[in-house]
Ligand binder design. Structure first.
Ligand code: SF4
Length: 365
């Protein structure tokens, strides 16, 4: 200010007021420019603070949701390490005893199926089995198999299929990501297969079964066979064929009646003539002891599976019917699980946990 006063001494008196006006204008301009610059530098910081606050919000939400999940997990002792996802009810076969019939043609969009599977993984799932209906009617099955193995890194990814729609190219493309494929076969007698409804040609079904067994060897996928003991096959001796096919596991079920599926007025099938007694089932198992069948009678099967339907709702086997929970996509896994009626002891008793991975033995832990 002192230098400014000195400067004014050298300005003629008649021009001093003009000079002071100009100086005032310059000061106002400088002050405005300074404020503007300050505002520009502050704005990104504010934005960044907002982003941080937003992120903190997300983190808190995530933390609170994962805390609540953890709380739910701690509250709930329900174990969901092995899940069966019946992704479609559609099938190209018409087995008389089918207990997951085509009552709906609904299939989830791929992105939602992936989301549900990721939720299950987060809740503790280690093994997923894709089933149906016929899972090979779903175009994105291979992509989902690869997703579960590579992105979710599940210990075990398996499929249960009737085999009829499988081509070698599928194994070439997706075999690496698949641990086990189970093919349903109830007989090696063509006419018996046709009576049961396993395809329209029994011979084609048996041929396909042995093709798939070969592809499994070639592409390093474990091969499994599922058999339903029923009134058409309970006297059969399958030992020779099972020995030749040499499955890693041979699962043998007693034909089961489920109200609304293969029994009762609303059902699409009537399996009442297909059931066998416990004694007939046990005789079948004893006859095949040399091939180590893994038996599951009606009691073993009820509520010892975690079954998800096409909308990702758990199916609770209550009073001989399958009652759906809410979808895990709507209420989350734990809430749906609490209502699923799953009997973990029965799951373990029936040998639900076994060598289910090509690379990891779950009993090695
Ligand atoms: S192959 Fe399976 S899903 Fe298809 S009709 Fe037979 S039992 Fe049902």
């Amino acid at each position: 200010m002192e230098s400014l006063s000195l400067l004014t001494l050298y300005i003629p008196t008649d021009q001093k007021s003009n000079f002071l006006q100009l100086l005032g204008l310059l000061l106002i301009y400088a002050l405005s420019a300074h404020l503007l610059k300050k505002r520009k530098t502050i704005t990104p910081n504010r934005l960044s603070t907002q982003v941080q606050e937003h992120n903190v919000g997300i983190i808190s939400e995530t933390t609170s949701s994962s805390t609540s999940n953890t709380t739910q997990s701690m509250d709930s002792s329900i174990n969901c390490e092995s899940v069966n996802y019946h992704m479609t009810r559609l099938c190209n076969y018409k087995c008389k005893f089918c207990f997951h019939t085509a009552k709906s043609s609904f299939v989830l969009p791929l992105v939602e199926a992936k989301l549900g599977l990721a939720k299950l993984k987060e809740a503790g799932m280690k093994k997923i089995n894709f089933s149906g209906g016929e899972p090979f009617t779903v175009k994105y099955l291979g992509e989902l198999v690869a997703y579960c193995k590579t992105e979710l890194q599940l210990e075990s990814v398996t499929i249960v299929s009737n085999g009829s729609l499988i081509k070698e190219e599928w194994f070439q493309k997706y075999g690496d990501f698949l641990d086990i494929i189970a093919i349903s076969c109830d007989s090696f007698v063509e006419s018996t297969l046709e009576t049961i409804g396993r395809g329209t040609s029994g011979s084609a079904h048996i041929r396909k079964l042995s093709n798939i067994a070969e592809w499994c060897k070639k592409y390093n996928v474990m091969f499994k066979i599922n058999t339903v003991v029923n009134s058409a096959n309970y006297l059969e001796d399958m030992n020779k064929y099972i020995k030749e096919l040499n499955p890693c596991r041979w699962k043998v079920f007693q034909c089961l009646l489920i109200d609304g599926e293969n029994a009762g007025e609303e059902a699409l099938r009537d399996a009442s003539t297909m059931v066998v007694t416990s004694e007939q089932f046990d005789q079948f198992i004893s006859r095949h002891a040399e091939n180590n069948p893994v038996p599951e009678n009606n009691e073993d099967m009820r509520n010892s599976y975690l079954i998800l339907d096409e909308q990702m709702r758990f199916l609770k086997n209550t009073n001989g019917r399958k009652e759906p929970t809410k979808s895990i996509l709507d209420v989350g896994v734990q809430v749906a699980l609490n209502d699923a009626g799953f009997d973990e002891k029965a799951f373990r008793r029936r040998g639900g946990k076994y060598k289910w991975s090509k690379t990891i033995d779950p009993f090695d832990y």
